[in-house]
Design a protein. Structure first.
Ligand code: SAM
Ligand code: SF4
Length: 325
């Protein structure tokens, strides 16, 4: 279905939990986010009902996210069941990778084809700091396992933070030379209650590209399924480098997505606090068509663009794990 700005909305990102086994400083406060009660979170059956209605309005791609989606019990069987819905042609997962060594084989068997792994630094000490206690070796084993079991592509998402990991862009670029990884640098967004609220932490894509171009040839490349990322390859490299620039280069004109929070609220836009309640009709016995009607309403109320720059950190106090980043 098209929204009011003639954008075709075919992608649903579903947060299946607001829980996480890390505490990244740009994502959530040290004590974690206020967790929803178990009963508040949509069950697998409810998520499947949403997806079945979503395909009626044209959703073809599903991404599971969170919080950390792999801490949710039964995610493998959920993926297996989504994989049986013929209209869904793409199932993806965004994860911090920690549980992949244990779960990658079963996830692959269940029908998951590709994963995005969030990894902001290649330094064990910085990884511990940015995640407030995580071990890089575990996340890295997740990356290696993802490649070993044959997820394709394996994307690495790195949020760039000035004076923290900006000097690592070359190391990440080098990774793409020798490993078939799609590394994507993401601009820090003013979302949630973070330790990195100062404007000083933000670094725009243009500056990163300039840094990399001083050292490498960056050849533009089209990477399928790379959404809003602009992608390049260093000649001869096995992988690619991408840039996701929600702040410096609005990609809202090409937005094709809708979000579902773990508590069953539809979010037409990542940044806007507007939410459309899907849980009440879900739990009130709504029919598939009635649910589809609510999804249509959410699609038609997508704003033209976000206003993160103007709103700043004050504008959005729900953290990514609550929204489904
Ligand atoms: N736990 C999983 C993970 O880390 O991949 C999935 C959920 S996490 C909220 C999804 C993505 O949101 C991660 O890549 C994370 O880096 C990103 N993210 C969280 N807060 C952000 C912020 N303020 N600015 C930019 N990206 C952010
Ligand atoms: Fe957890 Fe992902 Fe947020 Fe890090 S970015 S705290 S791994 S939800």
């Amino acid at each position: 279905m098209n929204d009011a700005f003639q954008r075709k909305i075919n992608y649903l990102r579903i947060s299946i939990t607001d829980r996480c086994n890390l505490r990244c400083v740009y994502c959530m406060p040290e004590e974690g986010v206020e967790l929803s009660n178990h009963e508040e979170i949509l069950s697998h059956e409810e998520i499947l009902r949403v997806i079945n209605s979503a395909v009626m309005v044209g959703i073809r791609k599903i991404r599971f996210t969170g919080g950390e989606p792999l801490v949710r019990k039964g995610i493998t069987s959920l993926i297996e069941r989504v994989n049986e819905i013929p209209e869904i042609d793409d199932i993806a997962l965004t994860t911090n990778g920690l549980l992949l060594p244990k779960m990658a084989v079963e996830l692959k068997k269940a029908g998951l084809k590709r994963v995005n792994i969030s990894l902001d630094t290649l330094s064990p000490e910085k990884f511990r700091r940015i995640t407030r206690g995580g071990r890089l070796s575990e996340a890295w084993l997740g990356v290696e396992t993802a490649l070993e079991v044959g997820f394709d592509p394996v994307k690495i998402n790195a949020v760039v933070i000035r004076s923290f990991n900006d000097n690592e862009v070359y190391d990440f670029a080098q990774l793409t030379a020798k490993m078939p990884l799609n590394v994507r640098f993401i601009e820090l967004m003013p979302i949630g209650v973070s330790d990195l609220r100062g404007r000083d932490s933000f670094m725009a894509t243009a500056e990163l590209i300039e840094m990399l171009q001083n050292r490498y040839d960056l050849v533009p490349e089209k990477v399928a399924g790379n959404g809003p990322a602009k992608s390049y390859r260093i000649p001869g490299a096995m992988g690619t480098i991408g840039f996701i620039s929600p702040i410096s280069n609005h990609f809202c004109a090409d937005c094709n997505r809708l979000r579902l929070t773990a508590e069953g609220q539809l979010r037409p836009c990542l940044q806007s606090p507007q939410e459309i309640d899907l849980k009440t009709p879900l739990r009130g016995g709504a029919s598939p068509e009635e649910l589809a009607q609510v999804i249509r309403l959410a699609i038609s109320s997508k704003p033209e663009k976000h206003n993160m720059e103007q709103a700043g950190w004050a504008g959005n106090r729900r953290c990514m794990p609550q929204i489904g980043g």
